[in-house]
Write a protein that binds this ligand. Sequence first.
Ligand SMILES: Nc1nc2c(ncn2[C@@H]2O[C@H](COP(=O)(O)OP(=O)(O)O)[C@@H](O)[C@H]2O)c(=O)[nH]1
Ligand SMILES: [Mg+2]
Length: 360
Amino acid sequence: MPPLDLHVALFGASGAGKTVLLAAFYRAQTQPSFQQEYAYKIQAVNKAQGNRLLGRFYRLEEGQFPEGSTRFDEIEFDFFPRDLAEPAVRIHWYDYPGRWWEEEPVDADEREAMREGLLRLGMSQVGILLADGAKYRREGTSYIRWLFEHFADECDRLRRASAAAGEEVSFPREWILALSKADLFPPEYSARDFEREVCRDADEQLAKLCSVLRAEHAFGHRFLLLSSVAAPPDAPVDPGTSLGVRTLAPAILVSTVEGAVREAQAARKEKSAKETFFQGLRDLVQFVDSVDDFLPKRYQIVSKILRFVSIKDFASARVDQLRKAREDAIRKGDTFKAVLTGMVAALRDDEGLRAYHQNQ
Ligand SMILES: Nc1nc2c(ncn2[C@@H]2O[C@H](COP(=O)(O)OP(=O)(O)O)[C@@H](O)[C@H]2O)c(=O)[nH]1
Ligand SMILES: [Mg+2]
């Protein structure tokens, strides 16, 4: 069976930390110690791209941060279970240059790149908005408010410009708000603290952003702290220390399932307003054979995911139980179950609990 395709759109102004993040994401999950602990590993589908990311990381180890880039970048990673040969999950990353959000295309080539990039957006199950942790640390609430307003305005502008050109932009329905450079915050600062501050101080701006993205229930509920490297203001960079980089793929997986549940709930007219996510998930599992008929195309992989991970695992299983299920699956050669339960477990370990928080 081919791997499950997850498509992720990454947004962040230039300098927010996208390029460093992809290098750290790749490097961290290719380490033997990672494989030992998480029982899965990552490979770049395109080996040359993988080498480029590693090169970038090695330069970081020598204290050299990457040059800024304004290109749209697309990169694919496969996730393999330890000791097994087939990948279970393929993540397609779309790295949107901050500049697209700020300026008109400079020429016809860029206009075309932008058009194609925006088509990918319609395939993406999950969007990640990267807030610049250094700016947030310096400027506080006013930065977050600015970020939401600015992003909302620019999404609106892109949507109208595309509509005028006869194409409809469809934004992801599920979003994760990620705070980069989390190493600049105190060691006890967690995604839960970030969530509290955002909801307390920028609720109006969040509501506006949700309405522009037409994702009323999906933006502002998932928060992630990310630190690709530790780069304290007056000490050398430490590329060996990261936070949340290993939580990212599991958060994307779970968000995709949540998106499908929400789509399915919206499609069923008799759904009561109070129906919970887990009731929705249970229903979806019951109808797993017909899921592909009523879910939009970008969520159809969820019927496959639900064949391999039980509701119990999504909802309540403890990390030790998940790890046991994962190891059983590896022994039985069950590629999908191994990687999927491994990812769910990663959200519940110490790093996952600090770095990721979902408030509803
Ligand atoms: N403290 C800290 N600084 C970072 C981190 N990641 C990136 N930076 C800084 O932010 C700058 C911009 O990062 P980059 O990934 O190029 O941003 P992009 O424009 O969004 O791709 C880098 O040159 C670093 O100085 C991080 O995890 N921690
Ligand atoms: Mg960049």
